[in-house]
Design a protein around this ligand. Structure first.
Ligand SMILES: [Zn+2]
Ligand SMILES: [Zn+2]
Length: 337
């Protein structure tokens, strides 16, 4: 029997009797990160990287039964050795290393290789079998170096200011918004945000992260406050009455999908910035190679293309279906607040 198996509830370790990022409620869940498709409600016990606990509680409720461990620390569940290692995707994101009877498996969750300055950078973990995501597993996805892309965002903001427009940037509230805030904190005079983003920001400032304090946009926010401001909003606020109050504004969308021009048109974006919290094509290949794994399972994304490519390169790769989403964005329940 394989050490980890793909079941209708999630990635299951029979020997240790736990699941990794289960999509149906189970007794014991090991969580790679707090994004809603990986961390779901209803499990009896949660285990995650310790800095991910406040985010997990924010998403799932303060009353969940959760245990946190630091990166690299080992614990045993029913005699199976488990440790968590940086995935570089967002704060608290971890790859799960599972070892039993001389066999090592690593489940990646979501990951990126570039150091974003906010979360602990990705570290490759040697293993026999690697379970990788493949959100951007097509050769067309190759990210521009982060500093270059962020500088383009700065220029775009400057141009909007010259034109008397508010710069509205959409970015995932958990992960990408923090990257932007961290970068923009000394560069723009006024940063404002949608409630979904300011809530996460306040929580992280309380935890000691070097993020700027930002103002939440409310119905009372005067029009004059918005002039020359940068407003960060979740992607689903796009085209809402919430967003129309910023007129005249220019809309910049931060997402790996912006690498493809058609996506930018579909989103009515004035500017698209392919800033992603996932690995690009080369990043995925580098990550897989660095593990030294001889067997790879490919989950959500362009899984068939990526698995086929790995197999052609001599690494036995199999596509598996999971309930994780292929998104680099998020849907929030109430974009109008
Ligand atoms: Zn994620
Ligand atoms: Zn994912």
């Amino acid at each position: 029997m394989e050490l980890l198996q793909f079941t209708d509830k999630g990635i299951w370790c029979a020997a240790g009797d736990f699941y990794i990022d289960p999509w149906k409620p189970v007794k014991r869940a090991v969580i790679t990160h707090a994004h809603s498709d990986h961390a779901r409600p209803g499990n009896q016990h949660y285990l995650c990287q310790q800095s991910g606990i406040p985010l997990l509680q924010m998403r799932l409720g303060a009353d969940i039964d959760v245990q946190g461990i630091p990166y690299g620390e080992t614990i045993y569940l029913n005699g199976v050795k488990i440790s968590l290692h940086p995935a570089g995707h967002m704060i608290g994101s971890a790859q799960v290393r599972v070892e039993h009877a001389g066999e090592v498996w690593v489940a990646s969750g979501d990951y990126k290789l570039e150091n974003d300055g906010i979360c602990t950078p990705f570290e490759p973990v040697p293993c026999h079998t690697f379970i990788t995501e493949s959100t951007f597993g097509l050769p067309i996805y190759r990210w521009e170096p982060q500093q270059q892309l962020l500088a383009r965002i700065s220029n775009w903001i400057y141009e909007n200011q010259q034109a008397g427009k508010t710069s509205v940037i959409t970015a995932y509230s958990l992960g990408k918004a923090q990257r932007l805030l961290y970068y923009l904190k000394d560069k723009v005079p006024r940063i404002m945000a949608h409630g979904a983003i300011s809530q996460v920001n306040e929580l992280l400032i309380q935890q000691g992260y070097p993020l700027p304090s930002i103002e939440r946009v409310t119905p009372e926010t005067p029009k004059t406050a918005l002039k020359n401001a940068v407003v960060i909003a979740p992607p689903s606020a796009d085209d809402s009455t919430w967003m129309r109050r910023f007129t005249p504004f220019s809309l910049g969308v931060c997402s790996g999908w912006m690498q493809v021009r058609g996506h930018m048109r579909r989103r009515n974006a004035d500017a698209g910035f392919a800033l992603s919290d996932h690995a690009d094509w080369n990043g995925l290949l580098d990550a897989v190679t660095a593990t030294g794994a001889s067997q790879v399972y490919v989950t959500h994304g362009f899984s068939s293309v990526f698995a086929r490519y790995l197999t052609e390169k001599g690494i036995a790769a199999t596509e598996v279906s999971t309930s994780y989403s292929d998104d680099d964005e998020e849907i929030i329940p109430n974009p109008e607040t």
